[in-house]
Ligand binder design. Structure first.
Ligand code: MCA
Ligand code: AMP
Length: 480
């Protein structure tokens, strides 16, 4: 396959990456990645301690240059989540920034410090399009997260399709503050600019001030989850400077969850600019987008990207022919943007596809007469999207049940203006006289799984509503 990063073939002094006051040119990135690639070579997989740093970007590029799959780890993962990911993905090494303290779950692994100023030379590595590039862990409705194996082909294809849809070139300068252990922040937000030969400025952590500063200083594109655009919309009335800087951007892109129409409209009326949405999934990378040369219509995720086959199907799998803005079906996709498998989970991989090779997204949508897709819901009620993170109710329920004060637990999502949905825990305490409180349960889940999976609300009940078969009736869980 041709290289994933043409700009690293004969790299020059143009900027590639900037995190705060630290930056690398393409020449520096190539040299550092090549030095590190030698250490990765020959492994199947390497873990990357994916802090929001230059080191993470260099580590992932190095693994890709070595033809080795990178497994990005959320540095806030708790013991249980980390233990699962390490046992499942069995990385040969962990790549981390010098000085970063790693938790004990990682201490059995050989650690290689990422030196962003090292100087190596490219070695000849045989790689094919189908070789795994990344293994990204993603939550399901039950059980621990599954590792989606993303081949090099999928990454190249999705980024080139987005380049077509967004007129994305090496002239673009992207700003974002997304985490680097998921597809949005890593594949779109770091590998995207590098494939185009452009540059990215990462904010370290999202802030409206950081966005305004970079857009005023030459950044052309902003990527964010809806929570970030919601915070921008909330800030705009008191911050005319923010409106001016957003008006300068060539493209404002939202994804990972639905951006409410109210936030779309508030941003458009304050800045004169419309946010465009694209729709993707860890397993499929990007499927649809509003195009830069198309009509930016609030509440839609646009049209299928080049190379993506997309259909809506009824419950029984019959394709829906309608483009009427009303008929709801499950989105199924096919194309070179798809993952190959869930690592070590042939059962889950098989269940995710139809017999004729379509991937079942679980997202429900309608199609407008001109092909624009509108997502209207999700098949599984046990999947929660909070702050753009996908979180499985079952995983949190299992963690809650490991708390000594919890006898029974059920988890649901409820609407939240900032996070989209917030996690709600319904608990039957072991001792009704001293039920475990929210802070304690939140800490318990945060330290086992990850902070974004912690419940934000807890209700104490004397029993969970169940049907005759003993199954919890989540729809009966309402608070009055
Ligand atoms: C709070 N914190 C805690 C606890 N409580 N830590 C430990 N234990 C606790 N009990 C910490 C949190 O870790 C966080 O730290 C800080 O307090 C604030 O917490 P929180 O309110 O949860 O965070 P936030 O600042 O409100 O986060 C909002 C956010 C975030 C920045 C929008 O949700 C985010 O980054 N979302 C992006 C998700 C994403 O990239 N999804 C893409 C996947 P600290 O602030 O230091 O972290 S989807 C995807 O990839 C597909 C392909 C797609 O379509 O894009
Ligand atoms: P993840 O599994 O974390 O990769 O999240 C993928 C899911 O995020 C999809 O299945 C959708 O439910 C949701 N999603 C991503 N982008 C959008 C969007 N623009 N609008 C609505 N939902 C989205």
């Amino acid at each position: 396959m041709s290289t994933l990063f043409p700009a690293l073939t004969n790299p020059g002094e143009q900027p590639a990456l900037r995190f705060g006051d630290r930056s690398l040119t393409y020449a520096e990135l190539g040299a550092a990645a090549d030095a590190l690639a030698v250490r990765c070579a020959g492994s199947d997989r390497v873990a990357v301690w994916a802090t929001n740093s230059l080191e993470t970007a260099v580590a992932v590029v190095a693994a890709l240059r070595a033809g080795v799959a990178a497994v990005p780890l959320n540095p806030k993962s708790g013991d249980k989540e980390l233990g699962h990911i390490l046992a499942d993905s069995a990385p040969a090494l962990v790549l981390a920034a010098p000085g970063d303290e790693l938790p004990s779950a990682l201490r059995h692994l050989e650690r290689v410090d990422v030196d962003v100023h090292a100087v190596g030379t490219a070695t000849d590595v045989q790689v094919s399009d189908e070789d795994p590039a990344l293994v990204v862990y993603t939550s399901g409705t039950t059980g621990p997260p599954k590792g989606a194996v993303l081949p090099r082909r999928a990454i190249a294809t999705t980024l080139d399709a987005l380049a077509d849809a967004w007129q994305w070139t090496g002239e673009d300068v992207l700003v974002h503050g997304l985490p680097l252990f998921h597809v949005h922040g890593l594949v779109l937000g770091i590998l995207g600019p590098l494939r185009r030969g452009g540059s990215v400025r990462h904010l370290g952590r999202f802030s409206t001030e950081g966005v305004a500063r970079e857009l005023n200083d030459g950044a052309t594109m902003l990527f964010g989850v809806p929570t970030m655009y919601h915070r921008i919309a909330e800030t705009l009335p008191d911050d005319p400077g923010l409106a001016k800087s957003l008006a300068r951007a060539r493209l404002l892109v939202s994804g990972s969850a639905a951006l409410p129409v109210h936030d779309h409209e508030r941003i458009a009326s304050a800045t004169g600019r419309r946010v465009i949405e694209r729709y993707g999934m860890t397993e499929t990378l990007m499927n649809t987008s509003v195009r830069a040369d198309g009509e930016p219509r609030a509440g839609t995720v646009g049209v299928p990207l080049p190379g993506v086959d997309l259909r809506l199907v009824e419950e029984d799998g019959t394709p829906l022919p309608e483009y009427d803005g009303e008929s709801v079906g499950e989105i199924q996709v096919r194309g070179p943007n798809l993952f190959t498998e869930y690592l070590n989970r042939p059962d889950a991989t098989a269940a995710a596809f139809t017999a004729d090779g379509w991937f079942r997204t679980g997202d429900m949508a309608v199609r407008d007469p001109d092909g624009y897709l509108r997502i209207v819901g999700r098949k599984a009620t046990d999947l929660i999207k909070s702050g753009g993170y996908k979180i499985g109710a079952g995983e949190i329920e299992n963690a809650l049940l490991e708390h000594p004060g919890v006898r029974e637990a059920a988890v649901t999502g409820e609407p939240d203006p900032d996070l989209g949905e917030r996690i709600v825990a319904w608990i039957v305490p072991a001792d009704p006289q001293s039920p475990p409180e929210l802070a304690e349960l939140a800490d318990h889940v945060a330290s086992r799984l990850a902070p974004h999976k912690r419940p934000r609300v807890v209700h104490h009940l004397t029993a969970l509503p169940r049907n005759d078969m003993g199954k919890i009736l989540k729809r009966a869980l309402t608070h009055d």
